[in-house]
Design a protein around this ligand. Structure first.
Ligand SMILES: *Cc1c(COP(=O)(O)O)cnc(C)c1O
Length: 230
């Protein structure tokens, strides 16, 4: 199916899920996850009106960003090595995957060179799966407090990837827990920290995530079709 049709279907499903949860559909943004997809595919989606994309791999992203001429916005959503942060500086508007202080310090350093601040989310590995990155729930508050002290970084919310379930309802307790953790941080009133964004939900479970308060849903295969490699 053409990307424009997929996008329309997904946007309709996002809006329906929001309305069902008593939320404004405009409070949920679609991050089209374009990892492994070509610059042409991104351009096609942009011409169909989708201007926000999420990428996972630094080199692949940098090459693609140089090719796409449409006025798109990029988020980085993948696990990130500190030595690659310099390739993202100035190109992304939000990093969803900050999971340790050393990474935040390097983001701070690179954005300081630009004379700007970087918006970030803290990734939480709620189920503590060995295969996933993210801070533990127990380590979250300390990490948020430390990151909040960095002058060129703004904490905007939390991100999670729950364990995989065949039934999306299985992921729901993890989405609910992320929202609860965000609420806990909000009441602490840490200077420079807001919990405006909850990045949660992918192709298979985004409706459950929206029911639990997602503001950013990261959707790849349901927009672009199956990935070509990796
Ligand atoms: C690949 C990826 C997605 C999108 O997954 P789909 O199942 O293709 O929608 C979302 N979030 C992260 C962090 C990813 O790596």
């Amino acid at each position: 199916m053409p990307i424009a049709d997929n996008l329309k279907i997904i946007q309709d499903r996002i809006a329906a899920a929001a309305v069902k949860a008593g939320r404004d559909p405009a409070s949920v943004r679609l991050v089209a996850v374009s990892k492994t997809q070509s610059a042409e595919a991104v351009t096609g989606a942009a011409r169909a009106g989708q201007l926000l994309f999420g990428e996972n791999y630094v080199q692949e992203f940098a090459a693609k960003a140089a090719e796409v001429k449409e006025p798109v916005e990029w988020h980085f959503i993948g696990s990130l090595q500190s030595n690659k942060v310099k390739y993202l500086a100035g190109l992304v508007t939000l990093i969803h995957s900050v999971d340790r202080l050393s990474l935040a310090e390097e983001i701070d350093r690179q954005w300081r060179r630009l004379g700007r601040s970087c918006d970030v989310l803290i990734q939480v590995n709620i189920a503590e799966e060995a295969t996933k990155s993210g801070t533990t729930s127990a380590g979250l508050l300390d990490l948020v407090r430390s990151v909040a002290r960095l002058p060129h970084l703004r904490v905007r919310g939390l991100m999670t990837m729950p364990p995989f379930f065949d039934d999306p309802e299985g992921a729901r307790p993890y989405f609910r827990e992320l929202r609860r953790l965000a609420g806990e941080i909000t009441v602490m009133g840490i200077p420079g920290v807001t919990m405006a964004e909850l990045s949660m939900g992918m192709s298979g479970d985004f409706e459950a995530a929206i029911a639990e308060g997602a503001t950013l849903v990261r959707i790849g295969t349901a927009v672009f079709g199956e990935r070509q490699y990796r």
